[in-house]
Design a protein around this ligand. Structure first.
Ligand code: BEZ
Length: 235
């Protein structure tokens, strides 16, 4: 009997697994072609399905904002190239949804009928479906490192504003060496690294630093919205 190869799921901090693929925008060599930029690799269950259509129209409508944040988008499903082309043409020519119409999906959509890429990235989760990819989202940084992974089930459309927020938050954390609290948006206070010595903890609690401390281990500081946007958006 042939041995089944079980691949480990990619994890945060791993190098993004490499592959070559055919897409609606030509051939790609991933992640090499995207080196130097952020890239979001995301999967959807199937072409010509309603949740996926709403997602593609939303993501394509936001593509310019991701581009301004120096982030490329790459989609994938286990459908073939001609199905992808026909579906994207239908979206552009026929579908009007929530004020979006004439939507052109300009980012590449990978054909993956062999399911090779879907397996490589753990997008096929048999408890949910063994024939359709779940809604996976991989954020990959300019060095080709996976920085965040989010999975959603088949029935649930993604919140693309949250994906944008996550991208901006990660870029802000990198740029300013801070962390971002729950529900953070640019302009909100950010979290400074926890005090690493008793002296620093004391100083913070005595209010000598320009911070707000809720306790010695939990301090925030102001970070101006314009400063954030200037740092994380392309000039
Ligand atoms: C959809 O995109 O509508 C969908 C796809 C697969 C299963 C359920 C819903």
């Amino acid at each position: 009997m042939e041995e089944t190869k079980v691949r480990p799921m990619p994890r945060i901090g791993d190098k993004a697994p490499e592959f070559k693929a055919v897409t609606t925008q030509g051939n790609i060599n991933f992640p090499a072609d995207y080196k130097g930029s952020w890239v979001i690799l995301f999967s959807h269950p199937a072409d010509f399905t309603p949740v996926c259509t709403s997602e593609f129209m939303t993501f394509a409508s936001m593509e310019k904002r991701f581009e301004e944040a120096d982030c490329k988008l790459v989609g994938l499903s286990v459908d073939g190239l001609y199905s992808h082309i026909a579906w994207l043409r239908t979206i552009k020519e026929k579908i009007e949804y929530k004020g979006m119409k004439d939507v052109e999906v300009k980012f590449p959509l990978i054909e993956d009928i062999t399911m090779e890429v879907a397996h490589l990235y753990g997008m096929l989760q048999p408890g949910e479906s063994s024939t359709k990819a779940v809604r996976a989202v991989f954020f990959i940084d300019p060095k080709g490192i996976i920085r965040a992974i989010i999975y959603y089930p088949l029935s649930m459309g993604r919140n693309f504003e949250e994906l944008y927020r996550a991208l901006i938050a990660m870029k802000t954390a990198d740029e300013f060496s801070i962390a971002t609290p729950a529900d953070w948006q640019p302009g909100d206070d950010v979290i400074v690294p926890t005090a690493g010595s008793c002296g620093v903890a004391k100083e913070r609690m005595e209010n000598k630093a320009e911070m707000t401390c809720y306790d010695w281990f939990f301090c925030t500081k102001k970070l101006n919205k314009d400063k954030v946007l200037k740092a994380v958006l392309k000039k």
